[in-house]
Ligand binder design. Structure first.
Ligand code: GTQ
Length: 348
């Protein structure tokens, strides 16, 4: 904006006078507020699993899961300091449950996913039904469903928590409750919901009321099911040049993303494959499940090793190169953006 000198002086005086009335001039900030394209404050960043794990285990020596309620190290984006956010709309943390520990029952407006990084046989109980967690399983605790965690095994369990904490904060809509009991009473055998909803089927309506909420029944997507599906796809299907072989996790109630705010997917790139450049408006968190390779994000190269976690902020161009068969898990705010008619992507 070009302004004459005395015009500028008079305007500045006016701004100063109106400031106590909590009024500010749009024309000074319009271009920043209504941008021609996204300019994320989030940065491209990678966390080494080994490094984060060391700190988490040290925390495990100092505070119990029960004392902490949730013993978690937050993965905070260096561009979003103090916000407990990994991209502007989403949170990520690494949660540790040691043998014999319990993370007590609570429920909250925030929706969460858990992606198992290490350990075998701890559980997340959702409304009293245990999902027995194995490496690289996806487990959901959708908003307002009771959940507690426990580890009856003799090894530590670590998983990545992905929540919509910043989104719920943005809408000023946080509610939370602690359970009366530390452990929610077990309501049914583990696997009951997976049997009913996990196979492209659903319970036929009879005279029995359904135990699970109709809008969000399924909460366990085992690695033992999604990994072979990717292999079968890789064996038979044409590969998408921008994604590799990619499968999105679905909510069987509506055929949409797993939760109302968060979408999740897995993808496989055969050894030697390189994706074409792609950008999208959903800030994405990736976990390397298997293999090695490189992510080139807006020109910045990131070496990928198993269990690394990295971010691709909104509208950052992503290219992936696989040195060996590369398998990634990703979650993003695409679910919320699509509902708000904001989602865009560009495949070049
Ligand atoms: O397990 O319920 O990482 O409520 C942050 C908030 C985990 C949980 C987090 C939570 C949880």
């Amino acid at each position: 904006m070009t302004l004459a000198n005395d015009q500028r002086t008079q305007l500045e005086a006016l701004y100063e006078e109106m400031a106590p009335a909590h009024l500010t001039p749009l024309w000074e900030s319009l271009a920043e507020l209504v941008r021609p394209q996204p300019k994320s404050p989030a940065q491209v960043h990678r966390w080494s699993y080994e490094e984060a794990r060391d700190y988490l285990l040290r925390a495990g020596d100092l505070i119990s899961a029960e004392q902490a309620e949730r013993r978690v190290l937050i993965l905070e984006n260096p561009g979003l300091e103090g916000q407990s956010a990994i991209v502007p709309s989403l949170y990520a943390g690494l949660q540790l449950i040691l043998p014999g520990e319990v993370a007590p029952a609570h429920r909250h407006a925030q929706s969460a996913l858990r992606f198992v990084m290490e350990g075998d046989g701890a559980f997340t109980a959702v409304d009293g039904e245990k999902a027995i967690m194995r490496p690289f399983d996806l487990v959901l605790t959708p908003g307002w469903q009771w959940h507690d965690h426990g580890n009856p095994t003799d090894k530590p369990m670590i998983w990545l928590d992905g929540l919509d904490i910043p989104t719920v904060r943005h809408f000023d809509a946080s509610f939370a409750e602690k359970g009366e009991e530390k452990v929610y009473p077990e309501t049914v055998q583990p696997g009951d919901t997976l049997a009913r909803y996990g196979h492209n089927m659903r319970p036929m309506r009879g005279s029995l009321a359904d135990r699970r909420p109709a809008h969000q029944p399924l909460f366990h997507y085992p690695y033992a099911e999604w990994r072979p599906a990717l292999d079968a796809m890789a064996a038979s299907a044409e590969i998408d040049p921008h994604l590799g072989h990619a499968l999105e996790f679905l909510n069987p109630a509506n055929g949409g993303p797993v939760m109302s705010t968060i979408a999740a997917h897995v993808r496989l790139l055969p050894a030697g494959f390189e994706t074409r450049p792609r950008r999208s408006t959903d800030g994405t968190v990736f976990v390397v499940v298997e293999g090695n390779g490189t992510a080139v994000i807006e020109g910045r190269e990131i070496a990928l090793n198993p269990r690394d976690i990295f971010t691709v902020p909104s509208w950052h161009e992503l290219r992936l190169r696989a040195d060996s068969t590369l398998v990634l898990f990703g979650y993003s705010d695409k679910a919320a953006q699509e509902k708000l008619n904001l989602y865009k992507e560009q495949n070049s």
